[in-house]
Design a protein around this ligand. Sequence first.
Ligand code: NAD
Ligand code: TDX
Length: 356
Amino acid sequence: MILVTGGAGFIGANFVLDWLAGNDEPILNLDLLTYAGNLETLASLSGDPRHVFVQGDICDRALVDRLLATHRPRAIVHFAAESHVDRSIHGPGDFVRTNVEGTFTLLEAARAYRAGLDAAGQDAFRFLHISTDEVYGSLGAGDPAFAETKTYEPNSPYSASKAASDHLVRAWHHTYGLPVLTTNCSNNYGPRQFPEKLIPLMIVNALADKPLPVYGDGLNVRDWLYVSDHCAAIREVLARGTPGETYNVGGWNEKANIDIVHTVCALLDELRPSAPGSHARLIRYVADRPGHDRRYAIDARKIERELGWRPAETFESGIRKTVQWYLDNSQWVADVQSGAYREWVAANYAARGQGT
Ligand code: NAD
Ligand code: TDX
């Protein structure tokens, strides 16, 4: 068994679904179900004994200790976080709590748990920390992409909290010998992403004929990776990564935000021809995000060289699948927007009791 934290969020849920599609090793999924956690996304696993879900907080040391002692996982894959930059600007406290204190709590619990394993168990145990390219700061137009050796220069409360968690993870390896691995990934997109992030927000707003807000001049650049490619990279790092190492994960897809928005609009024009005019008519330039990082780019050569991982999707294939998924899953979108997924959890899941 492996313990996944944050497995009801966007990347975590995709990871759980992909893992159990190709593997019978069970997952213990610990997630607080904040606004970003959505068990409806995992509805296809309802009743599947390979998926044990526990609603709980990674900051709750007694709960984490109990789960480790009861389920005896061979690894922890740590996704749980507050993840939205704009929210971190308006309310940084939750980011420090979950991302810093929560990671600290997991590290301490993992250290104590591993100390109680036999020598083979200690050797095999892994703590895989999922992090972001944002810890490296902002690039100028001609700067080289972020390699693993780049200095940390986080600029937002979100990236500062993730950087702090990366440092704790690193220190628990150097000081206590915990077999940790860290991945720093670029912007993910794909099915099941909460519509606060750029791509799903643009799709969902366009479908509702609402404005498409583009921050500043729209020329900020991000590297984009299809979520199932990220999940494949995580599986590779977990299986064959070297403890103590970090691996940058990226899609080799640098795009300006305005180009992303136009791509989404063009796909919707094609896939939804009954719309009243081109979706691009909804684009509105709005005030910039405070401290908005200009450009991120990932140098993903290390993970390719050492572990043989490369993204399978091109941006063109991934964005088409993504737009189609949102068109095909209008109920999921409606439930997320109305908060009805919480009622779904109460009706379909909580009634069965939680695994502990
Ligand atoms: P998300 O916001 O969609 O999901 C986060 C999940 O964590 C939710 O299910 C939420 O309920 C859970 N959670 C929050 N606080 C918790 C707590 N205290 N205890 C237990 N669970 C809690 O995030 P995501 O986009 O899926 O990102 C997952 C991880 O990947 C994060 O660590 C993020 O920093 C990292 N990451 C994300 C991206 C991206 O583009 N989304 C890119 C690189 C790295
Ligand atoms: O409405 C919008 N308009 C807009 O122009 C939104 C929501 C975003 N943007 C811009 C800001 C960014 O330059 O689009 C870009 C992408 O924004 P987000 O989707 O909020 O992502 P970003 O801030 O780049 O951070 C993401 O990638 C790294 C994830 O949210 C993080 O969790 C991850 O670590």
